[in-house]
Design a binder for this molecule. Structure first.
Ligand code: ADP
Length: 452
């Protein structure tokens, strides 16, 4: 980096960055993720980039052992909550990560920039910058390998603009504008700029100079074009020394190489190494997404006697079906044959149940039933647990009282094996948490082969 670039960096960081200090702890990256499966997705990419990574659920209230950890991802539920709550929770996470010595901070959101005009991406980024005393951050939502790219500040999903990708109908965060400079400008009072592809194509130094020039003009947020992995590498190199970066999980895979180049991170041979898995295996599914329905069907073809279907209408009537599911699972586990308990159902069945019970109540009944099965069966010796469904995973993890997940090997893009210590258990629980549309069709079988 040239002297001029060092001076420019000081301005962006307002001289308050901890970057480059040598007396910090071993935590290189501290990330704040706005939802649970998004946190796992980022953590997975950090491991693939060569960092040993721990995911914590919410801001830890007790001391956590961070030896042999290079990156920590705090999973929040701040994507769709009221903006004040999102800011408070994100700042608490920031303070905790800084107290652990994190050199660089990463605010992780969805690669489809899920947010509304009222927030939460802009207000949270502003609050984090204010608290860090920094003057600029970058916004890099792209995840090219999953078809999310940005050109001239416009976000594409595959060959469709964001507002024509299906995301315009999202129930919580409908995305009706693909121009991210415009989208973000509605969420912050500060100037929003663009780091366009023509500059990125010239390399990291040119990209950094462009960011500095924008900072000079008071541009606080910079949307970054990204067409491919190479662009992510250039962006990672250009931003490795700024206090706060923001974006999707794609940037997470490119940053570790830059940390190594800075001498902050050793070369780690098996960043995703977990303790040997033990105990019996169980699959619980509360996801009704298309990919999950195909995975359930695939499992039932392989193991026609291995599945038990839960129905929220029956669950609402009495405990009888839940008791039957438990008895079925126990019998399968004793016989050491695969077992899947699922509420997953096609859209007609789901909407029939929702019409009688209401969507929230139907969902809550399923989540409660699966969570109670998880508690009972883990207690009885299940040691390898696969849960399908983002909300369902959140419910099961919180019912089990899990607060940290060590991130292991990837099963499929976005879904790694993880391990969690559990009170009263010697060996940790191996967990795979799969949100709706992730995973190949044979995921429920292959996941356990990856672990073996
Ligand atoms: P995904 O990641 O596929 O979106 P989630 O677990 O996030 O899956 O959401 C699925 C929701 O649907 C959960 O709240 C779950 O309890 C609920 N659900 C599952 N099965 C049924 C069903 N048969 N009828 C109604 N709701 C269901």
């Amino acid at each position: 980096m040239s002297t001029e670039q060092s001076i420019a960096l000081e301005k962006i960081a307002l001289g308050k960055t901890d970057l480059g200090k040598t007396d910090l702890g071993n935590i290189v990256l501290g990330a704040i993720a706005d939802d649970f499966t998004g946190a796992t997705d980022l953590a997975n990419n950090l491991v693939r980039g060569g960092m040993r990574c721990l995911q914590v659920i919410g801001v830890p209230q007790e001391t956590i052992d961070l030896q042999e950890v290079d990156a920590v991802v705090v999973a929040l539920k701040s994507r769709s909550c009221p903006v004040d709550e999102a800011i408070t929770d994100s700042l608490a996470a920031l303070e905790w990560l800084r107290s652990q010595g994190a050199r660089q901070l990463f605010f992780k959101y969805c690669s489809t920039f899920d947010s509304t005009d009222k927030g939460n991406i802009g207000p949270v980024a502003d609050a984090l910058l204010d608290r860090l005393g920094a003057s600029q951050t970058v916004m890099v939502p792209a995840f090219p390998i999953n078809g999310r790219t940005v050109y001239q500040g416009h976000l594409f999903v595959g060959d469709r603009l964001l507002n024509d990708s299906g995301m315009q109908h999202h129930p919580l965060n409908p995305m009706q504008d693909a121009d991210l400079v415009r989208v973000l400008s509605r969420q912050t009072a500060h100037p929003v700029g663009l780091l366009g592809h023509s500059v990125i194509a010239k390399g990291a130094s040119a990209a950094f100079d462009h960011l500095s020039a924008l900072a000079e003009q008071g541009t606080r947020h910079v949307i970054c074009d990204t067409l491919d992995e190479q662009d992510l590498d250039i962006l990672a190199e250009a931003t490795v020394l700024i206090p706060l970066v923001t974006g999707g999980s794609g940037l997470g895979q490119a940053l570790p190489a830059q940390y190594r180049a800075q001498g902050w991170l050793e070369s780690i041979t098996e960043p995703g190494r977990l303790q040997p898995a033990s105990g019996s295996t169980l699959v619980l599914s509360g996801s009704c997404s298309k990919a999950t329905l195909a995975q359930v069907a695939d499992f039932l073809v392989r193991h026609p006697e291995g599945g038990f279907a839960l129905d929220p209408l029956s669950l609402a009537e009495s405990d009888q079906q839940w008791e039957q599911a438990l008895a079925f699972a126990r019998q399968q586990l004793t016989a050491q044959t695969p077992v899947l308990i699922y509420a997953s159902a096609d859209p007609e069945k789901v909407s029939a149940a929702q019409q009688v019970l209401g969507a929230a109540h139907a969902g809550a009944l399923v989540e409660e039933a699966l969570s109670q099965l998880a508690i009972t069966l883990v207690n009885e010796g299940v040691g390898k647990l696969l849960v399908a469904g983002g909300e369902t995973s959140g419910a099961v993890v919180s019912a089990l009282g899990i607060s940290t997940l060590r991130i292991g090997e990837q099963i499929d893009p976005g879904v790694p094996w993880t391990q969690a210590p559990l009170a009263g258990r010697e060996a940790p629980l191996s967990l795979a948490l799969k949100s709706g549309n992730f995973g190949s069709v044979d995921f429920f079988t292959r996941a356990f082969e990856v672990l073996a």
